[in-house]
Design a protein around this ligand. Structure first.
Ligand SMILES: Cc1cc2nc3c(=O)[nH]c(=O)nc-3n(C[C@H](O)[C@H](O)[C@H](O)COP(=O)(O)OP(=O)(O)OC[C@H]3O[C@@H](n4cnc5c(N)ncnc54)[C@H](O)[C@@H]3O)c2cc1C
Length: 456
């Protein structure tokens, strides 16, 4: 790429952040080889949405099954189900719909490349401390809580910071300040400027250039470790829905993940690497249970009616709902459970046989499936069409006091389309105008009768 094509001649670079941190290498050799295995933190970092009294805990992966194989022709993602030995979490009480947080780590080769690029190879595993610079004048300056008190460069890059985030303009400006080549300096500085907004849009937001790619483009850019700690965001834990019922086995939890074939994400790549390990030794993960919210099936709600709507891997939490209904004996009660599910192809549908069995044994009173890549044009392709076809009975069921509609989608777009379909059913069947249908849906949300989980 020719960086001069993306460099303005006149620009005012964004004001870089004041530098408040320094990294000091120490003689002490106490760094933990695992993240969060109670290393000394000056202040315990907060783990987002951690349930009371829970911190990241190491659990073993006891089994892994491929539920769906990747298929380029239909753009189907590989889907894997992991069974975790949850005994280290103690007597965890949870409901179907609850989620676990998984701590990611960056790919070891990416970390090695970055260490090499920054000439940190020799010090990669040396103990260091990230501290405030002496005479720091900024009152609010502090060392990020997620950096252990004693650490090393490899640990920081592997477990603490997000290497693939969107570089902010202040960060680009700071990178420019440690770039000696004039052309490269101008490229980074002008990208950070108001005048470079169009190029920022193309290169950073659309093409997704990240730190490593920028460093490859600008060979003379030599940021310090302290500068990177200051600017890179935290590597945050990722939520995964529990895909089983707590009644199935008190010591095992299953999660299901899908992985992109091209440019796979950080956590899902890490999980794939763990699976390779699983063949030889035990593979372990750091996880913690996340706080419960209304996207779950409580004991009271189990006896009522549920309308479940999912597309793709987002069926995962409902596998837990249905297993729970089956095992708690509620399938013989009067509650109705309807499932609307969409997948690209029959091969991409998770646990198809299990769904059919649940229908046959009246765990499910209604099972509607559609395939978006179906060649038959007469068949509905999207769940929205399935909902539309059932509109009258669907609205009638939804109006009953004990009915809750749960929507789980791995994308905000899908969730919006489903919402629009539900609104249109309400409008048509209840003979409302557009505004009144919108109000009605809002009211259903407030009453907790319309609940959704949006994943990405
Ligand atoms: C409440 C909740 C529950 C969730 N439950 C599950 C679950 O049960 N199973 C599950 O697989 N995910 C689930 N997710 C999503 C999950 O937390 C991660 O976001 C996902 O696995 C990607 O993580 P990553 O670190 O690999 O990707 P990142 O490194 O964060 O990904 C970078 C970018 O790649 C894209 N991307 C990465 N992987 C995928 C993918 N598989 N499909 C589409 N786009 C992708 C994303 O757009 C993302 O912006 C849930 C999310 C939430 C909020």
């Amino acid at each position: 790429m020719d960086i001069s094509a993306f460099t303005q001649t006149k620009y005012v670079a964004a004001k870089p952040l004041e530098s408040n941190l320094e990294v000091v290498f120490t003689a002490i050799n106490e760094v933990n080889s695992e993240p969060c295995a109670q290393p000394g933190y000056d202040e315990t970092p907060k783990f987002p949405f951690a349930r009371d009294k829970y911190t990241p805990t190491v659990v073993s992966i006891v089994d892994a099954k491929e539920l769906v194989s990747a298929d380029a022709a239909t753009e189907t993602k590989r889907v894997v189900e992991l069974t975790l030995d949850s005994s280290p979490l103690g007597e965890l009480s949870y409901d179907p719909g609850d989620t676990l947080a998984v701590l990611p780590c960056n790919d070891s080769q990416v970390v090695a490349r970055l260490l090499q690029r920054l000439n940190l190879n020799e010090q990669a595993d040396d103990t260091c401390q990230v501290r405030l610079v002496p005479n720091c004048t900024k009152k609010t300056a502090k060392v990020p809580t997620y950096i252990p008190r004693l650490t090393n460069p490899r640990e920081i890059f592997a477990f603490c910071v997000n290497l693939h985030g969107v570089p902010q303009k202040q960060f680009l400006s700071a990178l420019a300040s440690c770039t000696s080549d004039n052309k490269e300096h101008a490229f980074l500085a002008s990208l950070s400027a108001k005048q470079g907004a169009a190029h920022y849009q193309t290169l950073i937001l659309e093409r997704g250039l990240d730190l490593l790619q920028l460093l490859e483009l600008c060979g003379s850019c030599m940021p310090t470790l302290a500068l990177l700690v200051e600017h890179l965001p935290r590597l945050l834990p990722r939520p995964y829905s529990i895909a089983n019922s707590p009644l199935e086995c008190s010591k095992q939890i299953r999660i299901i993940y899908s992985i992109l074939t091209e440019k796979p994400g950080v956590t899902t790549s890490m999980l794939e690497t763990k699976l390779l390990l699983l063949k030889e030794h035990q593979a372990k993960l750091f996880v913690y249970p996340r706080t419960q919210n209304s996207f779950r099936l409580t004991a009271d709600e189990l006896a009522g009616n549920q309308i479940l709507i999912a597309v793709g891997t987002a069926l995962a939490p409902f596998l837990g709902f249905l297993a729970h209904k089956q095992l708690s004996g509620e399938s013989t009660s009067s509650g109705q459970t309807w499932l609307y599910v969409g997948a690209k192809t029959p091969q991409a549908l998770l646990k198809q046989q299990q769904l059919l069995d649940w229908e046959a044994t009246s765990v499910l009173q209604r099972l509607r499936i559609c395939y978006s890549r179906a060649s038959n044009d007469d068949e509905p392709k999207y769940v929205q069409e399935l909902l539309d076809k059932d509109a009258e009975q669907l609205v009638e069921l939804l109006q009953q006091p004990t009915t809750v509609m749960y929507i789980c989608a791995d994308g905000a777009k899908i969730s919006k389309s489903i919402e629009a379909a539900v609104r249109s059913c309400l409008q048509r069947i209840l003979q409302l105008d557009e505004k009144a249908a919108l109000e009605h849906l809002k009211e259903l949300r407030t009453q907790g009768k319309y609940r959704e989980d949006v994943w990405l």
